[in-house]
Design a protein around this ligand. Structure first.
Ligand code: GLN
Ligand code: ZN
Length: 768
C-alpha cells in the first residue's frame, strides 16, 4: 500500500475565520476562550477534511495562530531579552507580544522582524539568537494539539516541526560575526528532548522541515546537517526530513544519506527522483511531493503516474506521496467558488482538491484503478480543455510576442541626453509614491459600485471628486510632481488584472501573508492582452486640474507576475513578456494623453529572485527585459519612474541600473540612508528618491529629522539626482497622519534648497 500524507494544511479557514477572530481578540472584542475555541474548531475541521480525503497520516502542529516559526522559537524557549519574561503569558499572548512589539508588561518594544519564507509570499518572524543562548522546552502548544487530535480519535498523526538547521539558518544574531552554529549542540539536545516526549505520547513519525537543503549552503552548514541528524538518530521516533521549494542539487547526496527514516522531496520543482533512488539507503522511505503545493492548477494525473510507476517498482511500500510542500500557500476549497464558470473551475485545484488527487494516485498505484476511473477521466478532459481553450490561447498575443525585437526595449537616448528634454523641476523635487489614504468612504463607494448599488456615472463622479481633492491638497502643500491618489484601486495588482484579458478572480481564494493578513492573488490563466486603456481617463482628468506635472501610475509586469497565481503551461518569462507588451500600450496611451511622468512600480521584483544564485542571472535578464519593454516606447521627453519597497540592492545593482529608469524611488529611511551606498559604489547614473520617512509607522516624521537624513543622502548622491518622497504609498495611513507628515517633508525640501543656495559660491558675473 502506498502511504499518502500532507505536510501542512492552510489554517486561516475557508472563510478566513482565523483572521476575524484574531482581529477581534486584538481589539478586545473576543475573549481568549473564544479565540482558543475557534482555533480548535478550525483544527478539527481541517483534520476531518484531510481524513475524509483518505490521508494515512495527518499533520499536527502545522496550525498556528500567527506563525509556525515564531511558535517554534517559543517551543525552544528562544525569546529575545527585550520582551521580558513571557513565560507567564499563554503561548498565544507570548506570540502576539513578539509579533506586535510588546514586552511582558505591555510596554512597546521593537517587534520581531518579519521576512519572507523562501520564495513565497508568506512572512515569518525571524528568530533572534545571542551568544551563549540556551534552549529548553518553553511551550506546551505542540503537545496540546497532539492531545486534541487524539481526543478526536485521530490515531495516525504526524507532528510537524521546523528542523534544527533550517530554523537556525533563518535566525539572526545581534552580533553579525557570531557563528550561530555554536548553538547547535544545545539546540539538538533540546530537539532530542522534544522527540523523546513525542515518542512517549506514542508518536511514530515526526516531520522535520528542512527546506534550507534546497539553498546554496556553506560547507560548515552541510557538515552541521550530518552531525545534528547523526545525534538525533538516537531519538525513539521516525524522522521524516522534509525538503521543498526546489531541487537538492549539490545537497542531494547529503539529504539522501542523512540517518533518518524518511526523506520528502519536491518533485514538482525538481526532477531528481531516479538519482535519489540511487542514493537512498534500503531502509529509507521516499516521500514524493508530486502534487504542486504552490499553485492552483489541477494536476496532470497521467503524467504523475508515469513518473511514479517506475518508482513504485523500485521502492514498493517505501514510496509515499504528498503535495510538494505545505498547502499553506494555496486556498482551502474550490467548492466555494460559485462565481467561476464551470470550464475555468475544471482547471483548478485548491487544498481539498489536491488531497483528492493524491487519493486518486494512490488508488491507481495500489491496483484499485477502477475506483479511480472517473477522477482520472475528469482530470484528463480538464487537461485537454485547458490545452485547447480559445480563452487561453490568443494567436494575436502569441504573434506579438514573436515580434519582440531588441529595439522595443531601447529608449531613444541614454539618461544624460534624455534629462534635458524632460520636465523642468526645482532642485530636490518632491513627490509621493502614488496612493493617498484609502478612507472607509472611498472603500464604500467602490463596494457600492461593484455590488451594483451605485451606477457608473455616479461612481465616476465620486472618484473624480476624490481625485480633485487629492490634487488640491498636493498643490496647497507645494509638492512638485503630483499623483492622482489611486482611490479607484482596491489593490495594485488586482486593479490591472481585472482589466486585462487572461485573468480570473476567486471569491475566497485567500492565502495567508502574515499574521491575520491574507492576500487573494489573481489567477493568470491565459494569454494576456489589454482590451482598452486602464488608467488614462483618471490620470488625464487629474492632469487637467493642475499646471504641475501629474505622474501616471502603473504596476509593472514583474510585480503583477509575482503576486498572481500564474499559468504553468508556459515559462514565467513568456507570461511576463505578455504582461509587458500590454502595459507598454498603456504607457504609450498615457504619453499620448499628455502625461509626462510615468511611474511603473516593481515592488516585487526582488522577491522573485530564485533561491539558488546560479538561477538569478536568467530571472533578472527577463525581468529587466520586461520592464524595458514596458517603458521603452516613450519619447526622451517622458520621464519614467520606478518604485521598489525595499532598499537592499547590493547584489542586484547591475540589474536595477539596466532597467534604465530616469528616477527610482526606494525605501531607505529605516536604514538611515546607509543602504544608499550600493548606488554610490555602483555610480548609479540616474535619479534617486530614497524614502525620507517610514510610512509603515503612524509616527509623524519631524522636519529636522528628514533634513538630517537628506543631508546624509547628499553626501552620497549628487544634488541634481536627489528626489524627496516618502518610502511607499500612503494608502494605509490616515489623513491626520499624511497631512502633517507631507507638510514637514515639503518644509525639509525648502530648508535644504535654501541651505544649498546660501552655500553656493557666487559666480563670476554676480561678482562683477
Ligand atoms: N503606487 C503604489 C502605492 O502608492 C505603490 C505601492 C507599493 O509599492 N507597494 O500604493
Ligand atoms: Zn512601496
Amino acid at each position: 500500500m502506498t502511504t499518502i500524507h500532507n505536510l501542512g494544511f492552510p489554517r486561516i479557514g475557508h472563510r478566513r475565520e482565523l483572521k476575524f477572530i484574531l482581529e477581534r481578540y486584538w481589539r478586545n472584542e473576543a475573549s481568549a476562550q473564544e479565540l482558543a475555541a475557534t482555533a480548535a474548531q478550525l483544527r478539527q475541521r481541517h483534520w476531518h477534511l484531510q481524513q475524509e480525503a483518505g490521508l494515512d497520516l495527518l499533520p499536527v502542529n502545522d496550525f498556528s495562530l500567527y506563525d509556525q516559526i515564531l511558535d517554534h522559537s517559543l517551543l525552544l524557549g528562544a525569546v529575545p531579552h527585550r520582551f521580558g519574561d513571557l513565560s507567564r503569558h499563554s503561548h498565544a499572548d507570548a506570540a502576539f507580544c513578539i509579533a506586535q512589539g510588546r514586552d511582558d508588561q505591555g510596554w512597546p518594544v521593537a517587534a520581531g522582524e518579519m521576512t519572507k519564507w523562501f520564495d513565497t509570499n508568506y512572512h515569518f518572524i525571524v528568530p533572534e539568537l545571542r551568544p551563549g543562548q540556551r534552549f529548553g522546552i518553553g511551550s506546551e502548544k505542540l503537545f496540546q494539539e497532539i492531545e486534541q487530535a487524539r481526543s478526536l480519535g485521530h490515531r495516525r498523526i504526524k507532528p510537524v516541526l521546523p528542523g534544527p538547521l533550517t530554523w537556525l539558518w533563518l535566525s539572526k544574531a545581534e552580533q553579525e560575526d557570531f557563528d550561530r552554529l555554536e548553538l547547535l549542540d544545545d539546540l539538538v539536545a533540546t530537539y532530542g528532548k522534544i522527540l523523546t516526549r513525542l515518542a512517549g505520547l506514542g508518536i511514530e513519525w515526526v516531520q522535520l522541515d528542512e527546506p534550507a537543503l534546497v539553498l546554496d549552503l556553506p560547507q560548515a552548514w552541510k557538515q552541521a546537517y550530518e552531525s545534528a541528524y547523526t545525534r538525533l538518530q538516537a531519538a525513539p521516533v521516525n524522522i521524516l526530513l522534509a525538503t521543498y521549494f526546489g531541487p537538492l542539487q549539490d545537497n542531494l547526496r547529503l539529504a539522501a544519506t542523512l540517518p533518518v527514516a524518511g526523506l520528502h522531496v519536491d518533485a514538482v520543482r525538481a526532477d531528481e527522483l531516479n538519482m535519489l533512488c540511487d542514493h537512498l539507503p534500503a531502509y529509507k522511505v521516499l516521500s514524493v511531493g508530486i502534487i504542486d503545493g504552490r499553485d492552483i492548477w489541477r494536476s496532470d494525473l497521467d503524467a504523475c503516474l508515469a513518473r511514479l510507476a517506475p518508482l513504485q517498482a523500485r521502492l514498493g511500500e517505501r514510496l509515499w506521496l504528498a503535495p510538494s510542500c505545505s498547502l499553506l500557500h494555496v486556498p482551502v476549497d474550490l467548492d466555494s467558488e460559485d462565481g467561476l464558470d464551470g470550464e475555468l473551475r475544471s482547471w483548478l485545484a485548491f487544498s481539498v482538491q489536491k488531497l483528492d488527487e493524491l487519493t486518486t494516485l494512490k488508488m491507481v498505484l495500489d491496483g484499485a484503478g477502477d475506483q479511480a476511473d472517473e477522477a482520472l477521466l475528469a482530470a484528463r478532459s480538464a487537461g485537454i480543455s485547458r490545452r485547447q481553450s480559445t480563452r487561453i490561447h490568443q494567436p494575436a498575443v502569441q504573434a506579438a510576442l514573436d515580434t519582440i525585437m531588441p529595439e522595443l526595449q531601447q529608449r531613444q537616448s541614454t539618461y544624460p541626453r534624455r534629462r534635458g528634454q524632460q520636465i523642468t523641476l526645482p532642485l530636490l523635487p518632491t513627490t509621493t509614491i502614488g496612493s493617498f489614504p484609502q478612507t472607509p468612504a472611498i472603500r464604500k463607494v467602490r463596494r457600492d459600485h461593484r455590488q451594483g448599488g451605485l451606477d457608473d456615472d455616479s461612481y465616476r463622479q465620486q472618484m473624480r471628486d476624490e481625485i480633485a481633492a487629492v490634487v488640491r491638497f498636493q498643490e496647497q502643500l507645494g509638492l512638485d510632481v503630483l499623483v492622482h491618489g489611486e482611490a479607484e484601486r482596491n489593490d495594485m495588482v488586482e486593479y490591472f488584472g481585472e482589466q486585462l484579458d487572461g485573468f480570473a478572480f476567486t471569491r475566497y481564494g485567500w492565502v495567508q501573508s502574515y499574521g491575520s493578513r491574507c492576500v487573494k492573488p489573481p489567477v493568470l490563466f491565459g494569454d494576456v492582452s489589454r482590451p482598452r486603456p486602464m488608467t488614462v481617463d483618471w490620470t488625464a482628468y487629474a492632469q487637467s486640474l493642475t499646471e504641475k506635472p501629474m505622474k501616471g501610475m502603473l504596476t509593472g509586469p514583474v510585480t503583477i507576475l509575482n503576486w498572481s497565481f500564474v499559468r504553468d503551461d508556459q515559462p514565467r518569462s513568456t507570461t511576463c513578456r505578455q504582461l509587458a507588451l500590454a502595459l507598454r500600450d498603456e504607457v504609450l496611451d498615457l504619453e499620448q494623453a499628455g502625461i509626462r511622468v510615468i511611474q511603473i512600480d516593481e515592488a516585487a521584483l526582488r522577491e522573485g529572485l530564485p533561491l539558488r544564485k546560479a538561477d538569478w542571472r536568467d530571472y533578472l535578464d527577463w525581468a529587466v527585459e520586461s520592464f524595458r519593454i514596458t517603458a521603452g516606447g516613450v519619447r526622451d521627453s517622458t520621464q519614467i519612474h520606478t518604485h521598489m519597497c525595499y532598499s537592499e540592492f547590493n547584489d542586484i545593482m547591475e540589474a536595477i541600473a539596466a532597467m534604465d529608469a530616469d528616477v527610482i524611488t526606494i525605501e531607505t529611511s529605516r536604514s538611515r540612508m546607509e543602504l544608499l551606498d550600493a548606488f554610490v559604489d555602483f555610480a548609479y547614473p540616474a535619479e534617486i528618491g530614497p524614502g525620507v520617512y517610514d510610512i509603515h509607522s503612524p509616527n509623524i516624521p519631524e522636519t529636522a529629522d528628514m533634513v538630517h537624513l537628506l543631508e546624509k543622502a547628499l553626501e552620497r548622491i549628487p544634488v541634481e539626482h536627489l528626489w524627496i518622497n516618502p518610502d511607499c504609498g500612503l494608502k494605509t495611513r490616515a489623513w491626520k497622519e499624511v497631512e502633517p507628515a507631507l507638510k514637514n517633508m515639503v518644509q525639509a525640501a525648502l530648508i535644504l534648497r535654501k541651505n544649498l543656495q546660501d552655500n553656493t559660491p557666487a559666480t563670476g558675473s554676480d561678482v562683477a
